[in-house]
Design a protein around this ligand. Sequence first.
Ligand SMILES: Nc1ncnc2c1ncn2[C@@H]1O[C@H](COP(=O)(O)OP(=O)(O)OP(=O)(O)O)[C@@H](O)[C@H]1O
Length: 358
Amino acid sequence: MGTVAAHGLCKSFGKVQALDGVTLDVPDGSFFVVLGPSGAGKTTTLRAIAGLEKLDAGSVHLDGRDATGDAPAARDLAMVFQNYALYPRHTAYENIASPLRARRCSSSEIAAAVERMSSLLHIERLLQRRPAQLSGGEMQRVALARALVRHPRAFLMDEPLTNLDLKLRVEMRTELTRIHRSLGATFVYVTNDQVEALSMADHVAVLKEGKVQQVGTPTEVYERPANKWVAGFVGSPPISLLACHAEGDRLVGAQGWTLPRPRWTTAEDGRALLLGLRAEDLSVEQRRDASLSGELYGIEPLGDRTVVDVQVGTEILKVKARPTVTGTPGERLLVTVDLDRAHLFDADTGLSLSEAGR
Ligand SMILES: Nc1ncnc2c1ncn2[C@@H]1O[C@H](COP(=O)(O)OP(=O)(O)OP(=O)(O)O)[C@@H](O)[C@H]1O
């Protein structure tokens, strides 16, 4: 078993309220990602679960038992940090074996565990090398193997891939998901990288200024963001938000445009709204009735695709397009909108108004 339940966590450092009622329910065996920008309280949440931070309020239950007052060592949790130094004089094998030696496991148990971990992380051929003879990525794998060789109740991981270059990070994401599946262990994983979160997690908690904004599957968080902040933080390029209000069967933009009013919103006429449009739900290549007229503002080629910035009044729409798209700034463009996939938010509270009827 490896359930982790953190309820109502509050923690202040002087005047900074790092955690303001954080509640997370991590199911056994899940890959649970805590996602948020720098300073959101992710590390503090992890440290609170590990027992390394004294809480002002709140509780931590592990496997259903209240562990709030337990010392870190009594919680049976493994912390994996961004920087985990290897012992420089020891071989990779000895480094991986060290947590088991500390627990006085037998040599045969240790050999079996190191073999399993090194095969999972594809580092069998590196076991006799010392850290100085390994590349950065290989060291990271050895360090991960050392962290994962134990069987704690859950692994708490604080941005463990941050120091890797992009290619290796992408590879390690796939590796970690595979390792998670084969270990069947509970992972609580902290990151500020939304691609990392969406690609690895089965549950995501989005954190901002010490408050949980939304908890859901990656698809739920992306497709049905609870508020405009989550909509803006998750997704690349960021969602475009256009000021508007409903008027009869139309949505009327502050910049003068109109679109058919989506069937799925119950927002009353006149209420200040924000229409959220993701780049992939917009197109400059077709023309249908639901379209916005604007001017080409800029083109951002990204290799496999291109993002076209279209200026509608004073607002910019980000539109995903084919890599071959070309154009001249100032050129008039019609942007087709897939309104069934759009989002509406209350302009004052930022809360989503998109759920009804969808
Ligand atoms: N020991 C401390 N003393 C004072 N302030 C702290 C301490 N630890 C954290 N904080 C503050 O609490 C807030 C939350 O910090 P935390 O490290 O949990 O954020 P984070 O989401 O992990 O950020 P990052 O992604 O940058 O690591 C920040 O404003 C931080 O400056």
